[in-house]
Design a protein around this ligand. Sequence first.
Ligand code: ATP
Length: 271
Amino acid sequence: VDLKKANDRLEELLDCVDHPRKVREGQRLYCGLDLGTAFIVLVVMDEDGNPVDCKYQFASVVKDGMVVDYVGACDIARRLKEQIEGELGVELEECAVAIPPETEALDGGVVKNVAESTGLECTAVFDEPTAANLLIGTTDGAVVDIGGGTTGISVFKDGKVVECIDESTGGTHFSLVLAGAKGMTFDDAEVYKRNPEHHREVLPIVSPTIDKVTTIIERACRDYEVPEVILVGGTAELTGIEDRVQKRLGIEVHKPSHPMFVTPMGIALGC
Ligand code: ATP
């Protein structure tokens, strides 16, 4: 898949975080709310799919894809919405949300309720890797969303999802391994890991966990001919993770420029 268009949109989105775009009066806006294990992200796009604003906050209101602090989740989502409304000078009305694959029956309603508690009308509930693919646009390949608590995988064949799974290994496990190896607290390891200057040191320490993620990808793909794998999600920000996965998997692996923002942006595109 050609990632150029996705990468251009992601650069724009990152620029929006500090420089929200101007909106016209009465302009229709579309939001994507991503409630994650590590981050809650709210993305706003215009009708042409151009990013308008984006705000996010580190949070511990979701665990292994489940909302464990409902009031906390509502609070953060409301604050992000109010912050964006303050910046743009308009009221946001509609949003889409996403949940990890296989949690629909359990949690789909909860995530929707969090969104609606802020006053937004929820127009769609996606599974995360499928939402990510609304930006990536692969027709034949696997989109792998390595988040905080889980790794979600959607396998696409002729543009249709043929397999969709979620397993509980993600960046939180990387931080736990790092904390153990360096004698740090989990919170310190989490911050240390996210600094790109530490990635060369971090990569070999968390390699066994990367290999665990690769095994999960392998299992999801084994019944299909998968020509390429696209890594998204915050944990895919780790420099070099794509090379390790590709070597073990034996399938070409690609990564967009800001993988952490692919799913939130895809959700907004689906609104
Ligand atoms: P989930 O999808 O599992 O519910 P989430 O939506 O919060 O979780 P993401 O926001 O995609 O997941 O990713 C969060 C994870 O990405 C965290 O573990 C975080 O430490 C990790 N992460 C974020 N930025 C970086 C970075 N620059 N380097 C390494 N890891 C990073």
